[in-house]
Design a binder for this molecule. Structure first.
Ligand SMILES: [Zn+2]
Length: 166
């Protein structure tokens, strides 16, 4: 999984943050964070700031940031992949094989659920019957499986990666 880059997204980039997590990137996002705190965390934890806010561009000595132009989340993702020259093949296999590694909600690490019965009662019954592979966030406990949403998301990401990466 891609782990070389660590991000912190500004308040306008919540969806992009979730999608980066889906792709395995360590991405922080706090909807109500102040600019000062965001800068502080970015510096302390050596994170690239993702921002749509032009005033960040005026901060002196700000090196590690990426200004995102588009309003559209898929296009934003393409901007990140291109700007950082992220290896498309790595992302491609990660997405294709459904190797989720980060919690979309909280950025925590996901672990494989060893015994299906461990998620009994935590997911809807029809999901429990239909799926055999589950993942669970070790921080917040959220359970993941590859449902329809995930499939559709994967298909779109794969399309983008095919188109935008060598
Ligand atoms: Zn979580």
């Amino acid at each position: 999984m891609p782990r070389e880059y660590r991000f912190i997204a500004d308040a306008m980039l919540g969806r992009l943050a979730k999608w980066l997590r889906l792709l395995g990137f360590d991405t922080l996002y706090y909807p109500d964070i102040s600019d000062v705190s965001l800068l502080k965390i970015a510096r302390q934890e050596d994170r690239i700031i993702l921002t749509r806010d032009t005033h960040f561009l005026r901060i002196k000595n700000l090196k590690d940031y990426l200004f995102i132009n588009s309003n559209n989340t898929f296009e934003q993702l393409v901007e990140v992949i291109k700007a950082l020259d992220i290896n498309g093949a790595v992302l491609y296999s990660a997405v294709k094989e459904f190797n989720l590694s980060r919690c979309i909600k909280c950025n925590g690490i996901l672990i494989d659920v060893k015994e299906k019965k461990d998620v009994g009662g935590l997911v809807p019954e029809h999901i429990y019957i239909q799926f055999n592979k589950f993942l669970r966030c070790q921080d917040c406990g959220n359970v993941y499986w590859e449902g329809t949403h995930m499939k559709r998301f994967r298909e779109r990401i794969l399309e983008i990666l095919k188109r935008e990466t060598p």
